[in-house]
Design a protein around this ligand. Structure first.
Ligand SMILES: Nc1ncnc2c1ncn2[C@@H]1O[C@H](COP(=O)(O)OP(=O)(O)OP(=O)(O)O)[C@@H](O)[C@H]1O
Ligand SMILES: [Mg+2]
Length: 348
C-alpha cells in the first residue's frame, strides 16, 4: 500500500470519512434509512469537493455491486454513444442487489442529443435505476433536466476542514511537515480537497526533510510558470498598463503576491544567468520543461544583462514591501512602473 497515491489510499469509503458537505450527507443518509432514495440527483459544486466520492458511497450504501455501478464521463466524448448505450442497457436488471447506479460526471458537457436521450430516460426510469449527475457548472444544465432531479449544492471546503484531514494523513504516512506549511497547503487549495492532497503528495516526494512553508512557496511558484511568463512579457511594453492590469487580475483571483513575486524573481534570475553564461543552460533545462526552457531563452533575448539584474533588484525590494504595504499589490505596481521606465530609457 506504501506507494499508492494519497487520493486513492485515503478516498473516503463511508459517510463518516467525508469532510464538510454536512447537508448532503445528512439528507442522503436519512433517505437511505427511510428507504426514500430518489431516482435522480444532481451534485453541483466546485471541483475536488466530494461529488464523485459521495456518489460512490451512495451507490455502495444501496448495495450496488461493482458491475452495476456505471460511471460515464461526459467531458471525454460528450456522451452520445454512452447515453444511447445507457438507454438501451438500463432495462436489464442489476446483477446483484436491487440497484443499478449511473454516475454521469461533468454532465453539463453532454451534447443536445445526449441531453435529450438522458431526459427520456429520466422521465421513466426503471425502478432499479438511480442517476447521479455531477457538474462543476450547474448553470449549463438544461432546465428540463434540473426539474427532474433532486439538486445538492456542494460547497468549497473550509481551510480548517481541509487541515483536519491532512493532519490525519500526515500522521498515518509519517510525513514531517510544519503546521504553518500544512496551513499554507490548505489555503492554496482554494476549497478543493483534491488540490490540497495533490500538493501534499508532490511535496512528499520532493524532499525527505521536514517540509516547511518555503518548500510550498517554491513548489507552487513552479506551478505558476505561465503567470510569471506573462508578466515578464509585459515588462517590454512601452506603457505599464498591461502589467498593472495583470497584477490586478492576479490579486483578484487570490494569488499570493508575495509568493508570486518570489517566483518571478526566480524566473528573472534564470534569464540573467542565461545571459551571463549559456553553458548554464543545461543545468537549468533539468528544472524546466522543454517549452518552459524555450520561453526563457526567447525572453532572455529581449533583456540586456543590466536590465535583467536591475529588474531582479527592484522586485526583491517589492517582495519585502508587500507584507507591510496597506495595499498588497502596490509594491508590485511600483516595481513594474520603475522597470518599464528603465527599460525605455535604456532603449533611447
Ligand atoms: N468532502 C470530502 N471529504 C473527504 N475527502 C474528499 C472530499 N472531497 C474530496 N475529497 C478527496 O478528494 C478527492 C477528489 O474528490 P472527488 O473526486 O469526490 O471530487 P469531485 O467533487 O468529484 O471533483 P470533480 O468536480 O473534479 O470531479 C477524493 O479522492 C477524496 O479523497
Ligand atoms: Mg468528480
Amino acid at each position: 500500500m506504501g506507494n499508492l497515491v494519497l487520493y486513492r489510499k485515503y478516498r473516503p469509503q463511508n459517510w463518516e470519512e467525508v469532510i464538510g458537505q454536512e447537508h448532503v450527507v445528512r439528507t442522503l443518509t436519512n433517505a437511505l434509512k427511510l428507504g426514500r432514495v430518489a431516482h435522480a440527483y444532481l451534485f453541483a459544486g466546485p471541483r475536488g469537493t466530494g461529488k464523485t466520492t459521495i456518489a460512490r458511497i451512495l451507490a455502495k450504501s444501496l448495495g450496488c455491486g461493482d458491475l452495476d455501478l456505471i460511471e460515464i464521463d461526459a467531458a471525454s466524448n460528450r456522451g452520445i454513444d454512452e447515453i444511447r448505450e445507457l438507454r438501451d442497457g438500463i432495462k436489464f436488471a442489476p446483477t446483484v442487489g436491487k440497484y443499478k447506479v449511473f454516475i454521469i460526471d461533468e454532465v453539463h458537457q453532454l451534447t443536445k442529443e445526449a441531453f435529450n436521450a438522458l431526459l427520456k430516460t429520466l422521465e421513466e426510469p426503471p425502478a432499479h435505476a438511480i442517476f447521479i449527475l455531477a457538474t462543476t457548472e450547474a448553470h449549463k444544465v438544461p432546465e428540463t433536466i434540473l426539474s427532474r432531479v433532486q439538486s445538492f449544492p456542494f460547497r468549497k471546503l473550509a481551510v480548517p476542514e481541509i487541515i483536519k484531514k491532512l493532519e490525519k494523513i500526515v500522521e498515518m504516512e509519517k510525513i514531517k511537515i510544519e503546521p504553518d506549511a500544512l496551513r499554507l497547503i490548505a489555503t492554496f487549495a482554494g476549497g478543493s480537497y483534491r488540490d490540497a492532497e495533490s500538493t501534499l503528495e508532490q511535496l512528499r516526494v520532493w524532499s525527505d526533510k521536514t517540509i516547511v512553508k518555503e518548500d510550498i512557496e517554491e513548489l507552487l511558484g513552479a506551478v505558476d510558470f505561465e503567470k510569471v511568463k506573462s508578466i515578464t512579457d509585459c515588462l517590454f511594453s512601452d506603457v505599464p498598463k498591461g502589467a498593472i492590469d495583470y497584477i490586478a487580475k492576479l490579486s483578484e483571483s487570490g494569488v499570493d503576491l508575495e509568493v508570486f513575486t518570489k517566483a518571478l524573481i526566480n524566473h528573472l534570475r534564470k534569464i540573467m544567468l542565461l545571459k551571463v553564461d549559456t553553458s548554464l543552460s543545461e543545468l537549468m533545462a533539468q528544472e524546466l520543461s522543454p517549452n518552459q526552457f524555450e520561453t526563457i531563452k526567447t525572453q532572455a533575448e529581449k533583456f540586456s544583462l543590466d536590465n535583467a539584474a536591475r529588474a531582479i533588484k527592484i522586485f526583491m525590494v517589492a517582495q519585502n514591501d508587500i507584507k507591510r504595504s496597506p495595499i498588497p499589490s502596490l509594491p508590485l505596481e511600483l516595481a513594474v512602473v520603475e522597470i518599464i521606465n528603465q527599460n525605455l530609457e535604456s532603449r533611447i
